[in-house]
Ligand binder design. Structure first.
Ligand code: KIV
Length: 277
């Protein structure tokens, strides 16, 4: 049976009804399909794929072509969830024209429903241009990994009153520019709650406390598939990496010992036909 796609109206209705929104990242056909089958509302094809899938040290090197390739694979696995494509570094900062063109690729080529982009109040013009072109935009404030160097590293943002006021303003400016949703990363819980209260659009937190309208985590962090580091805000629900290593080591051992393939894994032919070979 055809499943009803999650829409922006559904997400906004969840905020109004006080029902939490679920989001997880996914990067390929199987992760997209599993997240969708688990009933997750929104799937973010995050540029975190640069680190957890492609082995880069940061998200900075990720290209538009890499993002489109992964978004297309996720799209093929997802029937119900709302899919966001993450705009990579320098795909939206150079000019509004370039930003609209690149955002359009996520929709036309990759079949995403919306795009996400990082920044603060300075991104309002770009958001307005993309939204005017008919493409829904989700903002991303707080710790913005593409510009982590400018923020002096992967640190909690908005910890003092001035920084917090700036983030409240950024959130309001993004909403006013037409963003339909806002991701907040690594901000104090009271600030996450305050911004959530002040916005009409839903907020999705990652290290932004429990009062956001929804939560997002990286697929590999939830499942224990990324072993380089684990941020404080992550809850790991299963630790798959050791299990995968163990299974592969068992396979190697079985091949080397001759235990695999067994009789149940082979194709047979009649002795009569075999004699004629
Ligand atoms: O790229 C990503 O996975 C993200 C999430 C951490 C929000 O931007």
């Amino acid at each position: 049976m055809e499943q009803k796609k999650v829409t922006i109206a559904d997400l906004q209705a969840r905020k109004a009804a006080g029902q939490k929104i679920t989001m997880v990242t996914a990067y390929d056909y199987p992760s997209g399909a599993l997240a969708d089958q688990a009933g997750i509302d929104t799937i973010l094809v995050g540029d975190s794929l640069g680190m957890v899938m492609l082995g880069y040290d940061s998200t900075v090197p990720v290209t538009m072509d890499e993002m489109i390739h992964h978004c297309k694979a996720v799209r093929r696995g997802v029937k119900r969830a709302f899919i966001l494509g993450d705009m990579p570094f320098l795909s939206y900062q150079v000019s509004e024209e370039k930003a609209v063109e690149n955002a359009g690729r996520f929709i036309k080529e990759a079949g995403c429903e919306a795009v996400k982009l990082e920044g603060g109040s300075e991104m309002a013009g770009v958001i307005r241009a993309i939204v005017t072109a008919g493409i829904p935009v989700c903002g991303h404030i707080g710790l913005t990994p593409q510009t982590a160097t400018k923020l002096s590293g992967f640190k909690v943002q908005g910890k003092d009153a001035e920084g917090a006021r700036e983030l409240v303003q950024a959130a309001k400016d993004m909403e006013a520019a037409g963003a339909f949703m806002l991701v907040m990363e690594c901000v104090p819980d009271v600030l996450g709650a305050r911004i959530t209260r002040e916005l009409r659009i839903p907020t999705i937190g990652i290290g932004a406390g429990p009062d956001c309208d929804g939560q997002v985590l990286v697929y590999h962090d939830v499942l224990g598939l990324f072993e380089r580091f684990t941020p404080k805000f992550v809850k790991q629900y299963v630790n798959l990496a050791p299990q995968i290593r163990e299974a592969l080591a068992q396979y190697k051992q079985d091949v080397e010992s001759g235990a695999f393939p067994g009789p149940e894994h082979v194709f047979s032919m009649s002795a009569e036909e075999a004699d004629k070979i």
